[in-house]
Design a protein around this ligand. Sequence first.
Ligand SMILES: Cc1cc2nc3c(=O)[nH]c(=O)nc-3n(C[C@H](O)[C@H](O)[C@H](O)COP(=O)(O)O)c2cc1C
Ligand code: SF4
Ligand code: SF4
Length: 301
Amino acid sequence: MNTIKRMTRREALKNLGLLASGAFILGTSNVLTSCTNDNGKKRIVFYFTGSGNSLYVAKHLSAKPLSIPQVLQGDQLEFEADEIGLVFPDYQGKAPSIVQEFAQKVKLKADYMFSVITYGLDNCLVTELWEEYAKQYGWHFNYINVVLMQDVYLPMFNQDQQRTLYEQKDEEGQIARVVEDINTRREWIYEISPEAHQRGEMIMNMVSRNPIYPATSQASFTIDRDLCVGCGTCVNVCPKKCYSFGTRGIENNGDCTYCMACANNCPQKAIKLPREANANARYRHPKITLQEIVRANQQHG
Ligand SMILES: Cc1cc2nc3c(=O)[nH]c(=O)nc-3n(C[C@H](O)[C@H](O)[C@H](O)COP(=O)(O)O)c2cc1C
Ligand code: SF4
Ligand code: SF4
């Protein structure tokens, strides 16, 4: 009798570390353990990430931050704790569409609410616009701050050059200050100077009119079929189920949130944009693994 148990695709992926942990797949109610801080307060941190920056920050604020795409897949949409925070990237002065969707669908209740927004060059008006946006859904933040990190916007930034700016950005110093603020429940919203405000409005205006800054719905990634090895990483890192295996191999379509997770994590650099600073340079935060991005974003359980 053959005693070797045939491995399912799910088990095989799990062994490879490419399947999100069962707790996340089975629904967020199983993982809804808020963390207790040094000050004894219960804290929940939600995050969204494409390339790991925002997850890296979120991990400094909670031992178990919760992925926004995974929460949106589950059936628990109301959360209460002493402290609730969100960490996500700035996309052209706005929260990514998936974070906006989270604000529309999820009810949050906490004495102290905070947001930390990661960005790469110019945070424009993001703090102000986010504060206003969130208010519509009854979220009032006590603290909003930004952290300058690697700019993952591939159409404009060569990721190899960006890496050389790492020291200047003093990522660890910025994160330590934000953590200290939040742990001491600082009340503060990042202030936009009048000059930055004027510049921000000009940039936002230019961005909304210029096709070289595609909005999410215009994103068009192409797959170089000579390079693609069918590993499925793109399927596993996409938070919007845009990738699937079709008759021609891997295919991409759907409502993209433009997070760059697919292009930045494809091991073959086979996923390209129509216009790029350097199609051979890709980035994932050096202290975040591919498995962590998969756990954060995977939609196929
Ligand atoms: C679609 C898109 C738009 C972006 N727009 C801006 C921007 O307007 N200003 C900025 O400073 N950084 C911008 N960035 C850079 C990201 O905010 C930054 O790299 C962030 O830390 C990425 O976080 P993540 O790795 O968690 O996804 C943009 C990135 C993307 C993908
Ligand atoms: S991640 Fe890259 S190599 Fe792997 S299936 Fe997707 S396109 Fe192909
Ligand atoms: S297609 Fe790529 S950029 Fe768009 S949501 Fe999916 S992983 Fe992000």
